[in-house]
Design a protein around this ligand. Structure first.
Ligand SMILES: CC(C)(COP(=O)(O)OP(=O)(O)OC[C@H]1O[C@@H](n2cnc3c(N)ncnc32)[C@H](O)[C@@H]1OP(=O)(O)O)[C@@H](O)C(=O)NCCC(=O)NCCS
Length: 180
């Protein structure tokens, strides 16, 4: 059994499931896409080994209760159109950070909101989180709009929070206060 006793989540159009070894090529296509990674905390991946390492890390993090990294898949559970995560889980403070990305072909259809709605409900109702954070590049309008629709509020700007290539990036802190 993993630390979160996680199996999978279903929504109207999607399944959120554990990452599997054979997701590596699709994961590389996603994290290797410069358009998808434009506002990410690191540059695009270039090697399939990075995808395999991330899948191994996802499994280790799940066992240790550190993070839940999931594939966003169609209802059948086969293939992968995106990924999402609750990571940096701090059990003592019932806090975690939300991460997400979708392949561009699936943008503008409400799929991110659908997937993250299910993940947030799981985080709050099953894991008992009282606060879920997100770190966002201030230029990432699609992500800001999504967070607003999910009930997050912008709490402030963290200066030079990320180093991406030669660039120091300021990052907005957003949060969903799940429970008082
Ligand atoms: C951030 C990201 C996941 C947002 O994806 P998205 O497709 O814009 O978000 P949603 O799936 O919620 O789609 C919402 C849009 O679909 C439209 N839509 C179409 N059909 C819909 C439906 N059935 N239900 C809800 N919305 C629908 C909505 O009108 C909305 O557009 P609007 O905000 O202009 O009104 C995507 O831009 C992405 O992967 N970016 C690259 C990675 C990234 O930056 N991640 C975030 C790092 S902080």
């Amino acid at each position: 059994m993993n630390a979160f006793d996680f199996d999978f989540l279903t929504t109207g159009r999607l399944q959120l499931r554990m990452l599997a070894d054979d997701d590596a090529p699709a994961l590389l296509a996603l994290y290797g896409d410069a358009q998808v990674m434009r506002h990410w905390s690191h540059g695009p991946w270039t090697d399939i080994a990075q995808a395999h390492a991330a899948i191994r890390e996802a499994r280790d993090d799940l066992l240790a209760g550190r993070a839940l990294h999931l594939a966003i898949a169609p209802c059948s559970g086969e293939g992968l159109i995106g990924s999402c995560a609750l990571f940096d889980v701090v059990a003592q403070h019932r806090r975690a950070t939300l991460g997400y990305l979708l392949a561009p072909a699936y943008w503008g259809q409400g799929l991110a909101r659908e997937a993250l709605g299910a993940l947030l409900a799981y985080g709050i109702e099953v894991l008992g989180l009282q606060r879920i954070e997100a770190e966002v590049d201030p230029r990432n309008g699609a992500s800001q709009a999504l967070l607003l629709r999910l009930g997050f509020r912008r709490e402030g700007l963290m200066h030079a929070r990320w180093r991406v290539g030669d660039e120091a990036r300021d990052v907005e802190l957003w949060a969903l206060p799940a429970r008082a």
